[in-house]
Design a protein. Structure first.
Length: 161
């Protein structure tokens, strides 16, 4: 991970995203991190031809609420993929473990239950410095990586129909 730039991708290998519609559900917890992840994803979508009007952003209170927010978006909006953006930073209690496990399993379950990919963009770091490094800092921006994954997965679904 220390040598990986999360923002790097070869634009020539990215499918045309002009006709796709994407959802982004963003946790309001650790907003300095989640806002940067959102910006990275949003800008990557625009750079790859997604029209601004085809990007839907919903905010939810915390990372645990990402599951319900994504489920509601899946059931009420026509989208080709969703990115779930959150940040959970290790604290002094077991709360970190429960939230990380619950969110991970919940997003996995959405991917099994629905025919629309839900991309996991939840940073689960030991400290704020690690989160900053992965949300636009020295390791790039995980939001960019997840936007590219969303485009590729939307194209996979489209090409398999």
């Amino acid at each position: 991970m220390a040598t990986t730039d999360l923002s790097y991708y070869d634009k020539a290998t990215i499918p045309n995203a002009k006709n796709f519609r994407f959802g982004i559900v963003v946790s309001e917890w650790n907003p300095n991190i989640t806002d940067n992840l959102f910006k990275g994803a949003f800008e990557a979508f625009l750079e790859n031809g997604v029209l601004e009007k085809n990007i839907i952003k919903w905010d939810v209170p915390g990372s645990f609420e990402l599951i319900f927010g994504c489920k509601q978006m899946l059931e009420t909006q026509k989208v080709d993929a969703i990115i779930a953006i959150g940040s959970v930073i290790q604290g002094e209690t077991k709360h970190f473990d429960f939230v990380c496990d619950g969110v991970t399993q919940g997003i996995k379950d959405l991917n099994i239950q629905y025919k629309v990919p839900v991309i996991y963009c939840v940073l689960t770091d030991n400290n704020m410095e690690q989160s900053i490094a992965r949300s636009g800092g020295k390791h790039g921006n995980k939001g960019v990586e997840c936007a590219i994954a969303a485009i590729k997965m939307a194209d996979l679904v489209k090409s398999s129909l």
